[in-house]
Design a protein around this ligand. Sequence first.
Ligand code: ADP
Length: 193
Amino acid sequence: MKFKYAIALTGGIGSGKSTTSSLLKLYGYSVICADRISHEVLEDNSWLVVERFGSEILSYGKVDRRKLGEIVFSNKDVKKELESILHPLIKNKIEILASSLEEKKFPYFIDIPLFYETRNYDISNVVLVYASLDVRLNRIMLRDNINDSMALKKIESQMSLDDKKNLASYVIYNNGTLEELQSEVEKYIKTIN
Ligand code: ADP
């Protein structure tokens, strides 16, 4: 599918992508959240996961994403296998939602955390939320209640944010306060209307 009015919203863990997404919604933009859709797809297709990994993967009748994560992150092949089951379903659902937004002929966002890592979507307009490494570390430690080495591990499991920054169509800087982020978002919105 060709995404004509879609703008991919991406960043790196802790750079402020979700916060920016909330601000964009406040300004009236539609945002399709790939993470949320992947959770919904997993719930709706839990039988596929049970078929592959057994019912131990369930907690209270639902797929336990923590248990699944433990299995998947310790084995690259299994991770790929699971992705090959779920990614087409996620993409299909995103495309259905995007098709109805395309009809409005107005910009909308698809929040895709790993846009550059996966390159699953043919979207040329990409806005990236950027923050420096130390700022991201502090934010992740606070948000996820983890120590600095765990936060660094999470950051290093993704493509470098500086490399992504060089590829993006627009960069929203988020090293400062929430008020500063809001004015960055306002400045950005003026460029797309
Ligand atoms: P991401 O979605 O990129 O992982 P989040 O939007 O969740 O990042 O931001 C990470 C954490 O930092 C969250 O707890 C969020 O509330 C906080 N945060 C984001 N931007 C700012 C900011 N400008 N000032 C203060 N806290 C912020």
